[in-house]
Write a protein that binds this ligand. Structure first.
Ligand code: HEC
Length: 275
């Protein structure tokens, strides 16, 4: 009896540590895919389902010959270069490396204690400069993120989780959301994008979770426009008949933080096109 309760105590003490080690999580996830798809280099997962399906990859590469997101990137550049009424511009809020900044987002903001995305940073920039915030699905905001993604191509994702309990809690929240079953169909993200990755779901080849965030925003043929990552999250929630969350809700920001950390070190390749 005594040794059992001691074992229990040891478990309770060791579990929080085991859960709060993002780098161990990241390495473990990479090991899963290395074993699962020994012929697919880990970096190739940045192409999503097209890394796992040769026929679909060929169709996709043909589409990419005339990238359907090209006009959005061009529009984004114009918005990015057009000063606000006060003369400042987006670049002034993004630091010296602007517009090559996507590799640092989302980031933990110590002042607010929350995860801040690139989209929010752009909107905060507008507010600070006397402009109105934009809808997160508006043409301008999506176009500016597409332009920044395009300029950031080739940069390696470099998400930092500072030694701050609030940052770790945000990461843990995102991780929990990813592994939690939900909706009438009772599926977790991990069920489709880890366990079933590479398999077909109706007509679609399921992508691996590694690299899922490298290429946003993306032009989806179903949407007939470029859209942000959180719109895809919402779609995947609806697919299992669960309630989607709002664009830029704390739930989706924490999820993005977790998922992007998992892809640390991978090259950005957005924007992209997807079915
Ligand atoms: C019932 C299965 C299913 C579940 C559960 C699911 N998805 Fe998906 N997801 C899909 C399908 C199908 C696609 C389109 C094919 C692909 O790219 O994997 C997709 C695509 C995606 C993509 C785009 C991949 C790319 O390369 O552009 C992301 C990101 C994504 N899902 C995230 C999530 C997240 C986060 C969750 C949990 C909230 C989730 N999915 C839950 C089926 C699912």
């Amino acid at each position: 009896m005594k040794s059992l309760s001691l074992l229990f105590l040891v478990l309770i003490i060791s579990v929080p540590n085991a859960f709060a080690d993002p780098e161990a999580d990241r390495l473990a996830l990479r090991a899963v895919y290395e074993k699962r798809f020994p012929d697919v280099p880990l970096d190739a997962h940045a192409d999503g389902a097209y890394a796992l399906d040769e026929a679909k990859r060929e169709q996709w590469l043909e589409m990419e010959d005339f990238p359907p997101y090209e006009f959005t990137v061009d529009d984004g550049e114009v918005f990015y270069d057009t000063p606000f009424a006060n003369g400042a511009s987006y670049a002034d809020c993004l630091g010296p490396d602007a517009p090559v900044v996507k590799q640092h987002y989302p980031r933990f903001d110590a002042a607010s204690g929350e995860v801040v995305t690139l989209e929010q940073t752009l909107n905060n920039c507008r507010l600070e400069n006397g402009e109105e915030a934009l809808d997160y699905l508006s043409d301008e905001l999506v176009a500016v993120t597409a332009y920044i993604a395009y300029q950031s191509r080739g940069a390696k994702i470099d998400i930092v989780i500072p030694d701050d309990p609030r940052a770790l809690a945000a990461y843990e929240g995102g991780k929990q959301f990813f592994y939690e079953r939900r909706g009438q169909l009772n599926f977790a993200c991990s069920n489709c994008h880890i366990q079933m990755a590479g398999h077909m779901l109706r007509a679609e080849r399921l992508s691996a979770s590694l690299g899922q965030v490298t290429h946003w925003p993306a032009y989806r043929f179903k949407w007939e426009e470029v859209g942000p990552l959180h719109r895809r999250f919402a779609r995947c929630n609806v697919q299992v008949r669960a309630e989607p969350f709002a664009q830029q809700s704390d739930v989706y920001r924490n999820l993005e933080y977790f998922m992007t950390y998992m892809s640390n070190g991978m090259e950005l390749n957005g924007p992209s096109s997807r079915k």
